[in-house]
Ligand binder design. Structure first.
Ligand code: NAD
Ligand code: UDP
Length: 322
C-alpha cells in the first residue's frame, strides 16, 4: 500500500464510532493510515471504547446525534450509528427508527454535498424471521412490520431503500453491508446479546439464560473479520454497491453456544430456560458467496478462538471471575 501523506490521506467519518463495531473499525482505519472522525451520541457506545485512540493526531471524536444534520468535509462515510441489541433498540423504539431513517437521510445528504462514498451498516434483520435458508441477498425477507423488533428491522430496511434511491436518483457512490451476528471485545456487558450475556453469566457462575429451547440457530462472526470485510467493501469499484451479506456461515444452536462458553470458561453455571422473546428468528445463516466473489473475503477466525479473546476481555472486567 503506498504511504499516505497529509495530501492524499483519506478523511473518513464513522458514525456510531464509539460503539462495539465502530471502535474496532476506527482502529482499523487509523492503522491503514486514514484520518478518522468518530461521531457518536454515546447512547450505547462510550468514550472508553475509543479512549486509547484519542492521542492519535489523526483521530477526532465528536458528540453528535445523527438524527440532526452534520456539516463536515470527508471522503468516505461508514454509517454505523444505531443501537444494535434488542434491549437497547427496544428501549426507545421511535428514536431507533429515527436514527436509522433520519440518520440515513442526513448522512446521505452529507455524502451528496461533499461527494463522499458512503457505506451503510445494514443487518441480517432485514430478512426478519427468514423462511429461506441460508439467506442470500436476493431474498426479500419475512418481516413483521408491527412487532417489537420492527423499529430496528423496518428502520434498517427503509435506510437501504434510501441508499438505493440516492444511488439511482443522485448517482451517489453507495455500499450496503448486511451484517450478521458479530461478537468480540467491547460488546456492552449489559446489552443482552447472547454472546456477551453468556460470557458474563459464565464468568460470574450465574445461571446461563437460554431463551426458548435453545434450538434456534445463529452464526457468529468475530469482529476483526467483520471490519476487514467492511473496509474491503468500501474499496470495491463504484459499480459494486451490494447489498452484500457479511457474516460467518457456520451455524450453531444457542444451546451449543452455551455449552462451548461454559467449557471455555470452566464455569459452574447451570443452564436455565426462559420464554422466547416475540419474533425471535428460528434460523439465521448467511450465504456469503457474493462476499467471497466480490470482496475476496471469508471469515478466518474460528468460534473457539474468537470466544477465547472475548472471554479474556470480559474476564478483566468481571470482578467475580476467578
Ligand atoms: P453498538 O450499540 O455498540 O453501536 C452503535 C453506536 O451508535 C453506539 O456507539 C451508539 O452510541 C451510537 N448511536 C446510536 N444512536 C445514535 C445516534 N442517533 N447518533 C449518533 N450515534 C448513535 O452496536 P454495534 O454492534 O457496534 O452495531 C453497529 C452497527 O452495526 C449498527 O448500525 C448495527 O445495526 C449494525 N449491526 C451490528 C450487528 C452486530 O452483530 N453487532 C449485526 C448487524 C448489524
Ligand atoms: N438468547 C438467549 N439467551 C440470552 C440472550 C439471547 O437464548 O441471554 C437468544 C435469543 O433469543 C436469540 C439468540 O440468542 O435467539 C441471539 O440473540 P441476540 O440478542 O444476540 O441477537 P439476535 O440475533 O436475536 O438479534
Amino acid at each position: 500500500m503506498p504511504t499516505r501523506t497529509y495530501r492524499n490521506r483519506k478523511r473518513i467519518l464513522v458514525t456510531g464510532g464509539a460503539g462495539f463495531l465502530g471502535s474496532h473499525l476506527c482502529e482499523r482505519l487509523l492503522r491503514d493510515g486514514g484520518e478518522v472522525l468518530c461521531v457518536d451520541n454515546f447512547f450505547t457506545g462510550s468514550r472508553e471504547n475509543v479512549e486509547h485512540l484519542l492521542q492519535n493526531q489523526r483521530f477526532e471524536l465528536i458528540r453528535h446525534d445523527v438524527t440532526f444534520p452534520l456539516y463536515v468535509e470527508v471522503d468516505e462515510i461508514y454509517n454505523l450509528a444505531c443501537p444494535a441489541s434488542p434491549i437497547h433498540y427496544q428501549h426507545d423504539p421511535v428514536q431507533t427508527t429515527k436514527t436509522s431513517v433520519h440518520g440515513a437521510i442526513n448522512m446521505l445528504g452529507l455524502a451528496k454535498r461533499v461527494r463522499a462514498k458512503i457505506l451503510q451498516a445494514s443487518t441480517s434483520e432485514v430478512y426478519g424471521d427468514p423462511q429461506v435458508h441460508p439467506q442470500a441477498e436476493e431474498y426479500w425477507g419475512h418481516v413483521n412490520p408491527i412487532g417489537l423488533r420492527s423499529c430496528y428491522d423496518e428502520g434498517k430496511r427503509c435506510a437501504e431503500t434510501l441508499f438505493f434511491d440516492y444511488y439511482r436518483q443522485h448517482s451517489l457512490r453507495i455500499k450496503v453491508a448486511r451484517i450478521f451476528n458479530t461478537y468480540g471485545p467491547r460488546m456492552h456487558p449489559d446489552d443482552g446479546r447472547v454472546v456477551s450475556n453468556f460470557i458474563v453469566q459464565a464468568l460470574s457462575h450465574q445461571p446461563i439464560t437460554i431463551y426458548g429451547k435453545g434450538t434456534q440457530t445463529r452464526s457468529f462472526c468475530y469482529v476483526d473479520d467483520l471490519t476487514d470485510a467492511l473496509v474491503r467493501l468500501m474499496d470495491t469499484a463504484d459499480d459494486f454497491v451490494g447489498p452484500v451479506n457479511i457474516g460467518n456461515p457456520r451455524a450453531f444452536t444457542i444451546l451449543e453456544l452455551a455449552q462451548k462458553i461454559t467449557q471455555l470458561t470452566g464455569s459452574r453455571s447451570q443452564l436455565v430456560f426462559r420464554p422466547l422473546p416475540s419474533d425471535d428468528p428460528v434460523q439465521r445463516q448467511p450465504d456469503i458467496s457474493l462476499a467471497k466473489k466480490k470482496l475476496g473475503w471469508q471469515p478466518c477466525i474460528e468460534l473457539d478462538q474468537g470466544l477465547e479473546r472475548t472471554i479474556d476481555y470480559f474476564r478483566q472486567r468481571t470482578p467475580e471471575a476467578a
